[in-house]
Design a protein around this ligand. Structure first.
Ligand SMILES: NC(=O)c1ccc[n+]([C@@H]2O[C@H](COP(=O)([O-])OP(=O)(O)OC[C@H]3O[C@@H](n4cnc5c(N)ncnc54)[C@H](OP(=O)(O)O)[C@@H]3O)[C@@H](O)[C@H]2O)c1
Length: 229
């Protein structure tokens, strides 16, 4: 993909989301950095501006599905189209099945699953206005069927469903490129200090899926390679 694409990142104020915004802006793309409060948007935009990078900021809480229609109208009025949506925002509440509450399951699904489902649906007309619209869902190996294991029930289910949704959406919208990826175990607030992977490396594959010229659709990636769901 040539520079100058319009790319929206959810959860862009810290962690992998912030790093993706940084890498994409460095490549010359027009980045719409979103975060759930105006303070967080402002702080992240200023942090990037201090390194010489200009990005656009917008407030978006992905758990507030009722706000998506007005948000999409605002993006359409400002930009008319969108080239790439990166559904990155996520939470990891680390409950086991024994300690799981309905509240934790609700909160996790709202952020990690309902958000990407309804936000993608709202932005698909704008992605169709692009010459090569794409969606990148930042998922996790913890949601893969082949690696299903103990603990983290809510998170695993949310990412397994996000993977299924990715495949489903790619069939529903064959004109778009729609993929999911695992970023690796990354040194963010979520990944923790013992994670081996740098944030730069963690952002590499979702950034590649957003901008690389030739990519397939309906696949799950790790380190730029297709892997099993
Ligand atoms: N780190 C890893 O090892 C790892 C491994 C596999 C997959 N992942 C996935 O990678 C993605 C990014 O993770 P990360 O490691 O960068 O996590 P992180 O450092 O905890 O950052 C999470 C980001 O999501 C945002 N977010 C959470 N809930 C939100 C909401 N309701 N609305 C808008 N933004 C919200 C956070 O914003 P606030 O600052 O407002 O909380 C923050 O910007 C997630 O989808 C995660 O599941 C991470």
């Amino acid at each position: 993909m040539t520079p100058g694409k319009i790319i929206l990142v959810t959860g862009g104020n810290r962690g992998i989301g912030f790093e993706m915004c940084r890498q994409l802006a460095t490549m010359g793309h027009k980045v719409i950095l979103t975060a759930r409060t105006s303070d967080k948007v402002q702080e992240a935009v200023v942090r990037l501006a201090n390194t010489g990078l200009k990005v656009q900021g917008e407030v978006l809480d992905v758990s507030k599905t009722g706000s998506f229609k007005v948000f999409a109208q605002r993006i359409e009025a400002k930009y008319a189209y969108l080239d790439v949506l990166i559904n990155n925002a996520g939470i990891f509440l680390k409950e086991s099945l024994q300690s799981l509450t309905e509240q934790v399951l609700d909160e996790t699904l709202k952020t990690n699953l309902y958000g990407p489902i309804f936000f993608s649906r709202e932005l698909i007309p704008l992605l169709h206005n692009s010459k090569g619209g794409r969606i990148v869902n930042v998922s996790s190996f913890l949601g893969t069927m082949s690696d299903m294991n103990r603990n983290y029930t809510a998170y695993r289910l949310s990412k397994a469903a996000l993977n299924a949704f990715t495949l489903h959406l790619s069939v529903e919208y064959p004109l778009l490129k729609i993929n999911a990826c695992h970023p690796g175990h990354v040194q963010t607030d979520m990944g923790g200090v013992n994670a081996q992977r740098t944030i730069e490396k963690g952002a590499e594959t979702p950034v590649w899926l957003a901008v690389h010229t030739e990519i397939p659709t309906g696949k799950f990636f790790f380190d730029k390679q297709v892997v099993g769901w």
